[in-house]
Ligand binder design. Sequence first.
Ligand SMILES: *Cc1c(COP(=O)(O)O)cnc(C)c1O
Length: 394
Amino acid sequence: MGSPGPFQLPESWATHVRGELAEIDRQDLRRTILTPETGQGPRIRLYGRELLNFTSNNYLGLATDDRVVAGAVAAAREYGAGAGAARLLCGSTPIHEELETRLAELKGQERALLYSAGYLANLGVITALAGKGDVVFSDALNHASIIDGCRLSGATPAIFRHSDAAHLEELLASTPARRRLVVTETVFSMDGDIGPLPALVELARRYEALLLIDEAHATGVIGDHGAGALSHFGIDEGPVVVIGTLSKALGSAGGFVAGPAALIDFLVNRSRSFIFQTALPPPSVGAALAALDIMAAEPARQRHLAELADRLRVGLAALGYAPTASETAIVPLVIGEAAAAVQLELRLRDRGILAKAIRPPTVPTGTSRIRFNVMATHTAADVDAVLAAVPRAT
Ligand SMILES: *Cc1c(COP(=O)(O)O)cnc(C)c1O
């Protein structure tokens, strides 16, 4: 008879897990969860201390906006806290359909389809579209959810150098394929730079490829009223399908794809992370609808966000840091070694600033960084407080 107590791993698994953690520590890559006591405002309380929050993707400040919260509450009252079933069973509601219509409009596409997360949208769309015999041309800095979708699809990957349209063209010209899928983020999550979308659309046209763009950090941040990169570049036609998330600027949770009607019908029938997943909870849908209303009515938020990010970039340059490709609300301060980035994170936290060190495998080895995420609910004084806490470049 065993003694009572917590459940235990078998010895072989316990040894494996301990060994992996020791290796992670040796590389200065241990990750831990921070738990603030407040929501995602510009100021948060972390273990009793108030900190300026520069690490949230809540770009427009909508996650904690009263009207967005009210949207969630109203949807919960009407339809419940959970959807109870997949969309193809009975989990769909009129507000799911309304949100899909609104998202399709925002992205200038025929229709949209909701997923429970942006991660699941990438996984479900890429695996439904591409398979053995197809080639997925993927930007070297694409998000893990895109990489996982490519891997799971069984298609042949062809990785092009970051935002390098000439390299993509070389690969398109030299790689035989049944069908070609090109996948890229539009605003890159770790550098805040904007990809060369017009050139990619042109290449997709020329090589009969479908271009899948991930707008996780573009929606709400760039383009007319936050419509994203197609609007930013004035592109209104082409073989382009959009992936997005409700979890960042829209302040809610969930993901979506927007594209031609036939593609959406195909995904409803073939996309496993749509079919085998409980529908998005009604409160998330209600919150996202309210957020879209605010985005449409209050473009000043987007402008203020852009101004604050500029102020931070200019200030970092004045402190002697080399300029980066950042053009959006994500402002990286590239340090290099993982340990040094963590040290700077701790120094900033001592001075009242929460901004996280980003290390491999999230970013390439040797490019560990502090990533500052600006929010529309920050003030110029908040940005100046960051600049006062950052040491001069050495
Ligand atoms: C955050 C993110 C996702 C995933 O979105 P979730 O809704 O958080 O699952 C997908 N792609 C990129 C580029 C992201 O940054």
